[in-house]
Ligand binder design. Sequence first.
Ligand code: IMP
Ligand code: MG
Length: 185
Amino acid sequence: MKNIKNDIERVLVSEEEIDAIVTRIAKQIDEDYAANDKKLVLVCILKGSLVFMGDLMKKITVPVEIDCMKVSSYGVGTETTGQIHIALDLLRPDIASCDLLIIEDIIDSGITLSHLTKYLKLKGAKSVRTCTLLDKPSRRRVEFTPDYCGTEIPDEFVIGYGLDYAEMYRALPFVGVLKPEVYTK
Ligand code: IMP
Ligand code: MG
């Protein structure tokens, strides 16, 4: 059987580092959403944010509801197409009373989150904020700053902890850099 660990160049964010990041962000969210007039809804952007969202929601102590959206901007390669497609929409009749917090795995060009934030505001959400585990600021094509950010990373293609390349590597417990020969061969 193929050992996928052979495809990893190096670990970029270890399990221990991820745990510390998740703890810190959960604490910030607890403080920011402590007022009891808020209906906090964590919106997981499938599939990449599944693992981050699962860990984060367990550490948040203010009441939360969860929801999911599925958005795609990538084909099989490692470059954005510049267009996003909403494959699973947020269907909530109560959206006007929801404080949405979009949970994303990584921000690259910024196109996905900048579009989604505008879209959910237009749909009538009470508030929309964004939280990302990883951010590659050097790759921006549109200006975008998340409200919560785990850590900034250099311009390298990463996988693991929910992130994939061609649907592989999502189950790894750390974030790693993929060997370029895996996606250039
Ligand atoms: P953006 O719209 O360019 O900001 O792209 C965000 C989306 O691109 C993320 O939700 C990921 O699905 C994908 N993405 C960007 N960089 C990486 C990476 O290094 N590894 C895996 N997926 C990535
Ligand atoms: Mg994603």
